[in-house]
Each structure stands twice: as C-alpha cells, then as structure tokens.
Design a protein around this ligand. Structure first.
Ligand SMILES: [Zn+2]
Length: 125
C-alpha cells in the first residue's frame, strides 16, 4: 500500500504549512495601492508587488496586506499620511512612462546575458 503512504505524507506536509491552499497564487488587490504598491508580472506569469515609491520588487509571497504595510511603514513612513489619490497619480504616471517596468525587464535581461557571456568572453581573450 505505497500509495496510501504517499497520500499520508502529502497530507502531513500540507498540515505543516500554513494552509492547504498555500499554493494558490497571490493576487494583487487594488486596495494595496494605499500602501504605495502596484504589481508587475514576471516571465513566469507570477505577479510581484512593486513599490511605487522606491521601485523595489518584493517576493510573490509578500503579496499580502500585512507584508506590504510593513514595507510601507518601515521604509516610507513619511508617506503614511498621503491620500490614496497621491498613489493613484504615482501609478498613472508610472504607467504612462512605463519606465519602471521597462527598467526591470531590461535589467534582468542584461544580467542573464552577462552571466552567459562572461565565461566565453574571458576564454576568447
Ligand atoms: Zn518602497
């Protein structure tokens, strides 16, 4: 009865994690904008929280009000009294320029290229 054993282990594993739906995708909620956060979708289709104030991207697991609020209050306490309209304006201006998102994709591409090319470049020389 190996199958039963495996199922048992699987269940135990799930109980060990915070919830059975732990693998459910973390979805962006518009209310997160009050913490200065929008999101961007990376190549794997995962939504990552993106701070409009410092352009920092957090891990997908941080797509929770508590985590975003912690970042906001520890790093951007000065913005805590800003109205939601302030962040809506930040968001629309960042969407217009798209500079934030483009900067991110270009940077990650450059890093990937660098890691591939570096060894060969040195060998050729
Ligand atoms: Zn930030």
């Amino acid at each position: 009865m190996e199958d039963v054993d495996e199922v048992g282990n699987f269940k135990n594993h799930l109980v060990g994690t915070s919830s059975p739906i732990a693998k459910k995708k973390y979805m962006y909620n518009e209310s997160y904008l009050r913490y200065g956060f929008t999101f961007f979708t990376c190549h794997e289709g995962v939504s990552l929280p993106l701070c409009l104030i410092c352009s920092e991207t957090l891990a997908a697991e941080s797509m929770k009000p508590t985590k975003l609020a912690r970042h906001f209050h520890t790093k951007h306490a000065a913005f805590s009294k800003k109205p939601i309209e302030y962040f809506q304006r930040l968001l629309s201006s960042s969407k217009q320029s798209k500079s934030l998102l483009e900067k991110y994709s270009i940077t990650s591409e450059k890093y990937q290229l660098a890691s591939y090319e570096a060894p060969y470049t040195y060998e050729v020389q």
